[in-house]
Structures are given as C-alpha cells and as structure tokens.
Design a binder for this molecule. Structure first.
Ligand code: HEC
Length: 216
C-alpha cells in the first residue's frame, strides 16, 4: 500500500516535470514564432530594447555627473563653487587622488559589459579625444553622420562577423556649459580639431548600442 502510494507519487512528480518541460518548449516556440524583428528579444521589439538600454545608460551618466562629479571641489584643476568634497574629477584620475570624468565612468562600465557578451555599447564622436572612441566601421560612420545632420537617433540592422545585430546611435548633446568648455579647451581637441568649436546643444557624439539577434 505504502509502496504503491510512493510509486504513484513518483509518477505524479515525473508527469509534472514532463508537463513543465513541454510547457516551456511550447512557450519558447510561441515566443520565437513572431516576426523577424521580435525574434530574439523575447517578443519585445529591438528598437524598444535599445531605447530602454539607452535610457538606463544616460540616466546613470547624469546621476553620476549630478550627484558625484558635481560634489567634487575641483574639476580638471579648476575649483567648483558648489563642490563639497575634497576630491578632483579629472581625466588623470588613475595617477592622482581623483575620480573619473563621466565619459570615463561610462567607458569603464562598457568595457566590463562587453567582456563576455556580444552585446556592446560605447560613446563615439567624430571629434574624439580618446582614440578608441572614433567612428570606425562604415556603419558607425554613416550613423554618426546621420545623427549629426538630424539630431535624432539612427537605428538599423547590420551584420558583423556573420552575426546579425540591431544597432542604434543616440545623439550625445552639449547639455551643459561644462561639456563645451572642457572639450573646446582640451589639448588633444585643440591640436586635432582647431576649427571645431562646440556650442550649447550641439551634437558632440553619440551612444552606440549593439544588440545581437541570435543569442550571445
Ligand atoms: C572636465 C572635462 C569634460 C567634461 C566636463 C565633459 N567631457 Fe566629454 N570627454 C572628456 C574626456 C577627457 C574624454 C575622453 C575620455 C576617455 O578617455 O574615454 C571625453 C569623452 C567624450 C565623448 C567620447 C568621444 C571622445 O572625445 O573620446 C563624448 C561624446 C563626450 N565626451 C561628450 C561630452 C558631453 C556631451 C559632455 C557634457 C554632458 C561632456 N563630454 C563633458 C572631457 C570632458
């Protein structure tokens, strides 16, 4: 009697496990049977996924600027009136007692994110200070030119190394006077682009987001 009950119980749990597996397969099949656009992002359009990621990245950068960098008493050698912390936000933070600039903080995050994933993001510009941040591929060059022309995001599919990606470039604009002054007076900027003088609201570069469509 006891044995029969145990056997029945076993059978029941096995049946349940089987049903759960069948349901999971069914779900995957349904989730993956959408249009080409919604395939590998689980039914959410890649445009929307890229928009959400961009919102998160931009918000983190703004929060770091507002609530960390702005509290430093010094920004790149100059005193900051509203600063309260004995620290300097500086490009040379690694060799001083400083903290990274927002663009550097952004790059540090992007380097960690791309370590073991085909999903990547980075900050690029036609007038780059850091050599790693110039538009490189034909896609990046075209996207950057479009964003500079329209001031709007550029989104398209692309193939890289046999893999399909959905990529989007979002404008990075001069939203504060500090963006303009720091870049215009940077020694590398002055040497490379003496004729490029940024003004408020100019497109200074863009945030590139690459979402692999066939799993990482
Ligand atoms: C105090 C100086 C400073 C300020 C303020 C500043 N930047 Fe930068 N920015 C830099 C430096 C230095 C780099 C290169 C950092 C690196 O090594 O990744 C950079 C990188 C960038 C890049 C990537 C391309 C490149 O030049 O390598 C963009 C785009 C950019 N900044 C836009 C902005 C915008 C927009 C603002 C304002 C919201 C801003 N920056 C504020 C110094 C500054």
């Amino acid at each position: 009697m006891n044995l029969t009950r145990k056997w029945l119980g076993n059978l029941r749990s096995r049946t349940l496990a089987f049903l759960a597996l069948a349901a999971a397969i069914c779900f995957t099949a349904v989730a993956c049977s959408g249009g080409a656009e919604s395939q590998s992002t689980g039914g959410v359009k890649p445009e929307l996924v890229a928009d959400y990621i961009h919102t998160a990245l931009a918000s983190d950068r703004t929060a770091y600027t507002k609530h960390v960098v702005n509290r430093a008493k010094k920004l790149e050698g100059k005193p900051k009136e509203d600063g309260v912390l004995e620290v300097e936000a500086t490009e040379g933070w690694e060799n001083s007692n400083g903290i990274p600039l927002p663009a550097q903080m952004f790059r540090l995050g992007s380097e960690i994110a791309s370590e073991d994933s085909a999903f990547t993001y980075n900050l690029i510009s036609t007038w780059y200070i850091n050599d790693a941040q110039g538009p490189k591929s034909e896609f990046e060059k075209k996207a950057m030119a479009e964003v500079e022309k329209t001031g709007e995001p550029f989104r398209d599919y692309q193939e890289v190394g046999g893999k399909q990606y959905f990529s989007a470039l979002y404008p990075d604009k001069a939203v504060a006077e500090a963006c303009v002054t720091c870049h215009n007076t940077h020694p590398i900027h002055k040497e490379r682009y003496p004729d490029k003088v940024f003004k408020m609201d100019d497109v200074m570069g863009g945030v590139m987001i690459n979402i692999p469509l066939e799993g990482a």
